[in-house]
Design a protein around this ligand. Structure first.
Ligand code: DGL
Length: 273
């Protein structure tokens, strides 16, 4: 039995969709969530910079005494998961592999669409991971530069967002995909919009549930799960404005958010490109 919390991070509040699933799947575990809001968005940045940010956040969570780190950000996972796994003492779980596995299992016509940030698409990691499960699957990737800003903006359900979704969905519909990976932890909040635009014949794959399952299995197999006779607690850190995090965060977590603490991260050595 291990009473240390699970650390979870994202560039902002999108990763709270993953935290939500973790709290549902592992109600007896404690969690500490860090949003690097001061540097959001990660998506348009070069991969080396995102990797450096991810190392800074990962090391901070390790100093907080976590027993496992969940990279609840597709861009950070795509840019830096192997570096994080090498740099940290604790196990690190990312969000790409569980989704890639689910997509490879789900597709019937072996044509999978990917919607994600520019950094995630540029990394090419989804193609590699999907093909590791089924080398015959074609992945059609479309970067979505506007979505995260619209989702974190004042009205995520405005007509402008639906238009932006239609625009990125068009090439995937054209290509006849039957499965679409929503490869960004911000996107689940737009699930109804995506589902309406793609229709019922297309299966949408999200990271949150798949990732929570992988975390549960990791804790179990490594023998570091917490006792099941308790209800876990969760707390929040942000590099940005705590009040703004609390307000925006509720939308993504769909659970109360009480205290949010401001943190400053120590600079990590620049990572190789
Ligand atoms: N939540 C991040 C991801 O999953 C995207 C947000 C950003 O661009 O920082 O890729």
């Amino acid at each position: 039995m291990d009473g240390r919390p699970i650390g979870v991070f994202d560039s902002g509040v999108g990763g709270l969709t993953v935290l939500h699933e973790l709290l549902v799947t592992l109600p007896h575990e404690d969690a500490v969530y860090l949003g690097d809001n001061a540097r959001l968005p990660y998506g348009p940045r070069p991969l080396a910079e995102v990797r450096r940010f991810a190392l800074e956040v990962g090391r901070h969570l390790e100093r907080e005494g976590v027993k496992l780190v969940v990279v609840a950000c597709n861009s950070a996972t795509a840019a830096g998961l192997p570096d994080l796994q090498r740099a940290l003492e604790v196990p690190v779980v990312g969000v790409l592999e569980p989704e890639a596995h689910a997509a490879a299992l789900t597709t019937r016509n072996r044509r999978v669409g990917l919607l994600a940030t520019e950094a995630t698409v540029a990394s090419g990691r989804y193609e590699e991971l999907v093909r590791a499960h089924d080398a015959g699957v074609e992945v059609i990737a479309v970067p979505c530069p506007r979505l995260v800003t619209l989702i974190e903006g004042p009205d995520p359900f405005a007509e402008e967002t639906t238009e932006a979704v239609r625009e990125v969905a068009a090439p995937l519909k054209e290509a006849g995909v039957d499965t679409v990976i929503l490869g960004c932890t911000h996107y689940p909040i737009l699930r109804p919009v995506f589902q309406r635009v793609f229709g019922r014949s297309v299966t949408l794959v999200f990271s949150a549930e798949e990732t929570a399952r992988e975390v549960a299995e990791t804790l179990e197999r490594k023998g570091i799960a917490n006792g099941e006779d308790r209800e876990g607690s969760y707390r929040f850190l942000t590099t940005g404005d705590p009040a703004a995090f609390r307000e925006m965060g509720k939308r993504f977590l769909q659970l109360p958010i009480r205290d949010v603490e401001h943190v400053t991260l120590a600079a990590a050595a620049p990572a190789a490109a």
